[in-house]
Design a protein around this ligand. Structure first.
Ligand SMILES: O=C([S-])c1cc(C(=O)S)c[n+]([C@@H]2O[C@H](COP(=O)(O)O)[C@@H](O)[C@H]2O)c1
Ligand code: NI
Length: 532
């Protein structure tokens, strides 16, 4: 009998939405996934679109869920899964995935599994990822699922626990418990999330390179961000095992597909959902405070990844990823940037005058251009030929992203043409630091400014007027020529979590930045949106 074998390429990490995209890309009907998730009766839905990641076509699955979802306990989720009319294999696998997450959280925080309160990983979109992936895997009906070692990334991630080192503790614990192979890097960002790791270690029957297969389907699941130089995707390959393909070579693991597959080292049964090394039994639930951190919000950073950036600003904007070259980015010469360096890049400005688009469409146009790789996109009201009120749409675009942004302009607007101008952009070398406002991390973009601007600097705060405006021009201990800009998305998120007016959070972040009271975090958090 033909054995159906799947292979996961996790060389760019793993997250729930990337795995879902890979499954859909490999031919799992979205309906199969959506129908399973619908049985839970949660206010979530899926959106699927085709995108490009570093030039490769990939399937992007987004879980659309209301913000501000409640924290759930392991018991809440277990009961939700137990009570839903799910197919048994789907329920079993989803329960096993969350059981693995609960066991990992419990160990990391030194509490019992029943005391675990999930934050991000218990949010609606994570539940949809887990149940959807379980349904997709059941649909593929694989006899084996082999995974490459998972790329973990590095640096720091901003989470409901505050700023955590990457790999985050829950990911490491999931890997340890499953005996799964992994490696740090290749980028200094969070490449593998707890949800991604939990799905992988629960579903994988072994680890290794692509087994000998007659390939029948290939899917590429996209992460949210398009990162220069490295496709931010998970790939799944499905095929029929070539049973004699090892030509008599011994096999390293229990895989029957002929591949040198290494089984997980814990000796668990590989039925796809049996995890003998965890205590996932029925429990009662108590309160829990995760290791003294505050947990009153959610951040859903799901993807990751960065190449060695050609221009730090591009990396900043595309991915919220710090450069790898030192705290101040790469100088024009290519050497690690020093404070005061100007970093120059060649980019394009794409523009078109448009007089016939429904004005309600414009915000989605700007969003689409940014998603396609534009560094910035903006509108200017104009009066054009024939006295018509209209808009000029402009996008600042790295050369490599121009094809995707051009395509997005034509797809999302009514224009029949566009103009392009080559521009040279000069950006101050900058780094990313993190300040904490009432226990919540906020990223701050920091540059000491040009030496000429710092010439009259007489030391930190010497020219500062205090208050919230001063924070943006007087970058902590960098002096009056410097710049420190709190990330607005982080400020808004923290304001929401604290129930404070955003201007109060902004003022507090600016004051901390002005005093240089930040942590030396060279990689920005990945839990929040990319810095802009
Ligand atoms: O939600 C919880 S409890 C949580 C725990 C941990 C630990 O490592 S402990 C980390 N995180 C971070 O949340 C985001 C989202 O994760 P998903 O798996 O839901 O995509 C991510 O940055 C995790 O590192 C959450
Ligand atoms: Ni945790």
């Amino acid at each position: 009998m033909t054995r159906r074998v799947g292979w996961l390429d996790l060389s760019c990490g793993a997250s729930g939405d990337m795995l879902l995209g890979a499954l859909v890309g490999a031919g799992v009907p979205l309906d199969v996934i959506a129908t399973a998730v619908d049985t839970l009766g949660l206010p979530v839905r899926f959106e699927v679109r085709q995108v490009r990641r570093a030039g490769l076509a990939a399937t992007k699955v987004d879980v659309v869920a209301p913000a501000g979802d409640a924290v759930r306990t392991w018991a809440d989720i277990r009961a939700l899964l137990a009570g839903a009319p799910l197919a048994e294999p789907v329920r079993d696998r989803a329960t096993a995935i969350f059981a693995a997450l609960a066991a990992a959280e419990a160990r990391v925080h030194g509490i019992a599994p029943d005391e675990v309160h999930f934050h991000e990983v218990g949010a609606l979109d994570a539940i949809a990822d887990v149940v959807g992936a379980s349904a997709g895997l059941a649909h593929l009906a694989l006899d084996e699922l082999v995974a490459t070692p998972v790329a973990l990334g590095g640096g720091r991630a901003m989470t409901a626990h505050g700023v955590l080192p990457v790999p985050v503790p829950a990911v490491l614990e999931l890997l340890r418990a499953a005996g799964a192979p992994a490696a740090g890097g290749p980028a200094q960002v969070e490449l593998c999330t707890p949800t991604g790791a939990a799905i992988v270690v629960t579903a994988a029957t072994g680890y290794g390179q692509l087994p000998p297969l007659r390939v029948t389907a290939v899917g590429a699941g996209a992460g949210t961000r398009d990162l220069p130089g490295r496709p931010n995707i998970v790939r799944v390959v499905v095929g029929e095992a070539l049973e004699n393909a090892d030509g008599g070579r011994g096999r390293q693991g229990g895989g029957s597909s002929g591949a040198p597959v290494v089984p997980p080292s814990t000796g668990r049964a590989h039925d796809g959902h049996s995890r003998g090394d965890h205590d996932h039994g029925g429990h009662s639930h108590g309160g829990h405070s995760h290791g003294g951190h505050s947990h009153d919000g959610h951040s859903h950073g799901r993807d990751h990844e960065s190449p060695a950036p050609p221009a730090p600003e591009m990396a900043d904007q595309a991915a919220g990823i710090a450069d790898h070259s030192g705290p101040w980015g790469l100088a024009e010469s290519g050497r690690p940037g020093e404070p005061g360096d100007l970093v120059a890049t060649d980019e394009l400005v794409l523009e078109a005058n448009v007089d016939d688009l429904d004005p309600r469409v414009w915000p989605s146009v700007l969003a689409a251009l940014l998603a396609a790789g534009a560094v910035d996109a903006w509108l200017t009201p104009i009066l054009m030929k024939k006295g018509r009120p209209a808009h000029t749409l402009r996008a600042l675009v790295p050369v490599a992203a121009a094809p995707a942004v051009r395509a997005a302009v034509f797809a999302h607007t009514s224009t029949l043409g566009l103009r392009e101008t080559a521009v040279r952009k000069h950006a101050l070398a900058r780094g990313v630091r993190v300040v904490e406002v009432a226990g919540h991390a906020i990223r701050v973009k920091v540059s000491p400014g040009l030496p000429s601007a710092r010439a009259g600097d007489h030391g930190a705060g010497s020219q500062d007027t205090g208050g919230q405006d001063a924070g943006s021009r007087s970058a902590g201990n960098q002096g009056a020529g410097g710049v420190a800009q709190p990330e607005w998305e982080d400020v808004a998120l923290v304001a929401d979590r604290l129930g404070w007016p955003a201007r109060r959070v902004l003022a507090a972040a600016n004051a901390l930045a002005h005093r240089g009271e930040w942590s030396d975090v060279s990689a920005p958090a990945d839990g929040g949106p990319a810095p802009t």
